[in-house]
Design a protein around this ligand. Structure first.
Ligand code: ADP
Length: 440
């Protein structure tokens, strides 16, 4: 019915015209105009009150709508209401789907508030962590899952590695807990608890087997190596037996190195945390490691160093020595004569960083993610020839993990390789009495 504004004007002009007619006919102006406009005002008042009532009672506005501008207002509100209904429905559908998914997940999911109190948990949390939601709403997470490691783990705020824990309500299961900060300003925590009982036991069996087998093999191998060495040195050994005996001796030595590395790895695996930590004089260690590397290289490689002599590291000395030396010796063992090796030990805003860079043959990209696997070698034959066990980088990775550090490997074929170990800033220590300003 035409334009709403025209309708509204027509509605207003009609009584005005009527009033004008009556006035011309001699009626008094004092009552003609108000009387003529009264129906118009009453209509507007009625529609205003009705709309106010409908909105207040959350009524859904539906046609037929009044005509004119009031109809337009009704239509706009109805459209707005419809949009609101649709988005509410979408929200309900999403919440339902999220709840169904969370209920179906076999892992325990728990949301903690800023004070690490329970805000929400899925049904799997009841079985795995003994957290029943909503009954346990508002309880402290650490009061239910009591463990000496847990408090520090949640407070640390650094969740690179999951925490393995046997929950107090059922010590026969093993859980892997991962904590992720989320929500407003990342103050809340999402805890994901996964049942890793089977994998954990298999891992224990594998760990024990490797540790026992290496231990059992070590003594007979030492005896064999000793006897073979005596036979080589004995004047009564026929000359034509010497070469096979030397080969036997080399292989026995190789087996001893493998067994030693396996035992080192087992030791690192058996004990998750570092017990003996001290301030390790890394520059001093590097000095000795470089001497050994030069002896290993036999003058075939050139070495360059960029070492901060006053930068020490909080950690376990024998472990760090083994990791750093493995990386430096690898640069000698796996690169040809004439290769330049650059060893760095510096601190920047991200923390202390140890690096070994070479301009050797490099490693193809597809090998990089697997280099730290046990016995993974790019070129098996060459690695054996150079006396490698294939366990060096696995040891490095374990040692760094225990020091909350990360190993980064970048390499390109024909360009060389860079192995760098990044430690957290709080592990870097300054040598006592070091004069930084003079050094700078
Ligand atoms: P290995 O006992 O063979 O040295 P590692 O675990 O230390 O075992 O190293 C795994 C493999 O990574 C080596 O066999 C070698 O192929 C490769 N690699 C390690 N360091 C270097 C390097 N600096 N340049 C080229 N290849 C390397």
């Amino acid at each position: 019915m035409g334009h709403p504004l025209l309708f509204e004007l027509a509605l207003l002009l009609l009584p005005l015209g009527l009033g004008l007619g009556l006035w011309l006919a001699g009626a008094s102006l004092a009552w003609v105009w108000p009387l003529a406009l009264l129906p118009y005002l009453l209509r507007n008042l009625y529609l205003l009150v009705r709309l106010g009532f409908l909105i207040q009672r959350h009524h859904r506005l539906a046609p037929p709508f009044p005509q004119g501008l009031w109809g337009e207002i009704h239509r706009s509100i109805a459209r707005y209401q419809q949009r609101g209904r649709k988005s509410r429905k979408r929200q309900i559908r999403f919440t339902r789907r999220f709840r169904e998914a969370a209920n179906a997940v076999p892992d325990a999911l728990v949301i903690l508030d800023k004070q690490h109190r329970i805000d929400w948990a899925n049904p799997a949390a009841a079985k795995l962590i003994d957290i029943h939601w909503p009954a346990d709403d508002g309880r402290r997470f650490a009061d239910i899952l009591t463990s000496p490691d847990l408090d520090g783990f949640i407070e640390a705020g650094e969740y690179m590695r999951p925490l393995e824990i046997a929950p107090p309500h059922n010590r026969t299961i093993m859980l892997s807990l991962r904590i992720t900060p989320f929500g407003e300003r990342k103050k809340q925590r999402l805890v994901v608890g996964r049942d890793i009982t089977k994998v954990y036991h298999l891992n224990m069996i594998r760990r024990d087997f490797v540790a026992n087998a290496s231990h059992e093999l070590r003594t007979p191998l030492t005896v064999i190596a000793g006897f073979v060495e005596s036979l080589i040195e004995s004047p009564t050994t026929p000359l034509n037996h010497r070469r096979p005996l030397v080969l036997m001796h080399n292989q026995t030595e190789r087996m001893c190195s493998i067994v030693d590395d396996l035992m080192t790895l087992s030791r690192l695996e058996m004990n998750d945390c570092l017990d003996e930590q001290q301030s390790v004089d890394v520059p001093d260690e590097l000095h000795l490691i470089l001497q050994e590397a030069q002896a290993l290289s036999d003058g075939q490689h050139s070495f360059e160093t960029d070492v901060d002599d006053d930068l020490l590291l909080l950690g376990n000395q024998p472990e760090l020595r083994s990791a750093l030396s493995n990386l430096v010796f690898n640069a000698v063992k796996h690169t040809p004569a004439g290769t330049k090796i650059r060893v760095g030990w510096r601190q920047d805003e991200d923390g202390p960083c140890f690096s070994v860079e070479d301009d050797g043959p490099g490693i193809a990209q597809e090998h990089l993610p697997r280099l730290t696997e046990r016995f993974y070698r790019v070129d098996r034959a060459r690695s054996r020839e150079s006396g490698g066990t294939g366990l060096g980088l696995a040891i490095v990775k374990h040692v760094l993990n225990r020091h909350d550090a990360r190993l980064a490997i970048s390499s390109e074929l024909g360009q060389g390789s860079l192995f760098s170990c990044r430690f957290s800033p709080d592990r870097g220590l300054e040598r006592e009495g070091a004069d930084r300003s003079a050094a700078g």
